[in-house]
Write a protein that binds this ligand. Structure first.
Ligand SMILES: [Zn+2]
Length: 69
C-alpha cells in the first residue's frame, strides 16, 4: 500500500476499486471522495465539489459509488 494522503482541509481522495463518471466533470474517475463516497477524477474536482457543497449546503446531490453498482 502506498497511499499518499494529502490532508489539507477535508478533501481526501482514495483510489477506487472501480471507475465511474466524475461527480463534477463527468470524466472517468479513479478516486473516491471519502466524505461523500462519490466518484471523483482529481483533486481539482474534489476542491470544486467541496466549494459547491459549502456554497449550497446540499450534501446529497452527489452520486455515490453505490449508485453505479
Ligand atoms: Zn472530474
Amino acid at each position: 500500500m502506498n497511499h499518499k494522503h494529502d490532508l489539507q482541509g477535508e478533501d481526501i481522495l482514495v483510489p477506487a476499486s472501480k471507475t465511474a463518471p466524475c461527480s463534477i466533470c463527468g470524466k472517468e474517475a479513479h478516486y473516491v471522495e471519502i466524505s461523500f463516497e462519490s466518484p471523483i477524477c482529481s483533486k481539482e474536482c474534489a476542491k470544486q465539489m467541496w466549494k459547491q457543497y459549502v456554497d449550497t449546503q446540499v450534501s446529497r446531490k452527489y452520486k455515490t459509488f453505490s449508485d453505479f453498482l
